[in-house]
Design a protein around this ligand. Structure first.
Ligand code: SF4
Length: 405
């Protein structure tokens, strides 16, 4: 069975490198123009080139989102932009507007059809295949049977979302953001109005029960279904979240890398139980498989009583490790202190550890690490690498190497 590609979001160069180091086969990001994440720190041309160099050196791919809804005045600049993307060697663009697709083809660029096109059936997929796209990013609203049938009838490469936020509408087909905040969801400006709290009124009467009303979706998580996605022939498994932190990217990419490499997963319940706990711990909302099993109902959204918990599990990122002295140099991200039980994790490895004496850069003992981005040093008995991360002891396992599970 062919292993699918693991595709991760890159909000900036740091997160691009983290995604690749933690196991992504490819990354996607936006340039300064024509993408759909106005709030993400999009890449300059120089940064795209640096990202391409980093990825290609490691045999990984880079896709650029050009999935904006296009206006007349943008046609000329778009042509120049696509020409440049081809010249610098991007592996594909992700587009939905037919003008972008046609223009990209003229420049010899590979095109993946964006999920913004909401492709949910094989006839549409065939239409876009004939138009020349090499891959279709299916709408998140496809069921397992939909995906299998589209793959079987078209033979085209299929990309599906496996993890991250959902839109309460068919991806971006919504004007709430335009109406309430004058920010266009289809031009990168969605202000996620569906997550606001509303009151429900019937004529003159407020009929909101106990709590305010919201209609935002829970997140998507397909971890328990990775085997089934591989078996129905999904070519690329995509993680959502160009606005997410490096910690989130490292955690989620690392878990799905292990899940794909563990296929078939029969008999690996221990890995899955722990993996789900880790994913749940780094999310701030509940997650469900959404449409995959055809059970999309009220349990997939929040209507009342949604609680978002800010996550402070991420304690620091490793800058350096001295194998002779066994001292790690770490940049602090959240509060920790001597005696805390923590986990270090990196690509394919996790260790738990009880923290010993902590020192600042001048060698002074630090009782409590409370300053964000402070550089700290302390001894750790096992080898660490730059970009490994330290988090709270989510698994609650003491001094045990779980990398082989
Ligand atoms: S406001 Fe909500 S439903 Fe509308 S486009 Fe944004 S995420 Fe989707």
């Amino acid at each position: 069975m062919k292993k699918p590609e693991l595709l991760a979001p890159a909000g900036d160069l740091e997160r691009l490198k983290i995604a690749i180091l933690y196991g992504a086969d490819a990354v996607y990001m936006g340039g300064m123009a024509f993408g759909l994440r106005a709030n993400a720190t999009n890449f300059t041309l120089e940064e795209i080139k640096e990202g391409l160099f980093f990825a290609h050196e490691r045999n990984r791919k880079v896709y650029i989102t050009v999935n904006i809804v296009l206006h007349n005045k943008e046609i000329k600049p778009l042509n120049e932009y696509l020409k440049t993307l081809k010249e610098i060697g991007v592996d594909a663009i992700i587009a939905s507007d037919p003008t972008v697709i046609e223009m990209a083809k003229k420049h010899g660029l590979e095109v993946h059809l964006s999920t913004q096109q909401s492709t949910l059936n094989y006839e549409s997929a065939l239409f876009f295949k004939e138009l020349g796209v090499s891959r279709i990013v299916l709408g998140r609203e496809t069921t397992k049977e939909d995906i299998a049938l589209i793959k079987q009838k078209t033979g085209i490469e299929i990309e599906c979302f496996i993890h991250g936020a959902m839109c309460a509408s068919y991806s971006g087909r919504c004007v709430l953001s335009n109406y309430f905040t004058k920010r266009d969801a289809n031009r990168g400006g969605c202000s996620q109005i569906c997550r606001w709290n509303f009151e429900l009124w019937d004529d003159e009467k407020n009929i909101t029960s106990l709590k305010d009303f919201t209609f935002c979706s829970k997140d998507l998580s397909m971890l328990p279904y990775i085997d089934e996605m591989i078996e129905i022939g999904v070519d690329s498994l995509k993680i959502e979240g160009r606005m997410r932190s490096s910690y989130y990217i490292a955690t989620v990419v690392g878990i799905y890398r292990q899940a794909i490499d563990s296929y078939p997963t029969k008999g690996k319940e221990f890995f899955y139980k722990n993996a789900q706990r880790i994913l749940d711990a780094c999310a701030n909302r509940d997650s469900v498989p959404q449409f995959f099993n055809e059970v999309y109902d009220h349990t997939c959204s929040y209507y009342n009583g949604r609680v978002e918990i800010s996550n402070q599990d991420f304690l620091g990122i490793v800058l350096d490790y001295d194998e002779k002295t066994k001292y790690v140099t770490l940049e602090q991200r959240n509060y920790f202190k001597k005696g805390d039980s923590v986990e270090f994790f990196g690509p394919g490895k996790t260790y738990t550890y009880i923290l010993s004496d902590i020192f600042d850069e001048e060698g002074r003992k630090v009782e409590v690490a409370r300053h964000p981005r402070q550089i700290l040093k302390f001894q750790v008995d096992f080898p660490l690498s730059k970009n490994d991360m330290m988090r709270k002891n989510i698994l609650n396992i003491v001094q045990q190497d779980i990398s082989s599970t």
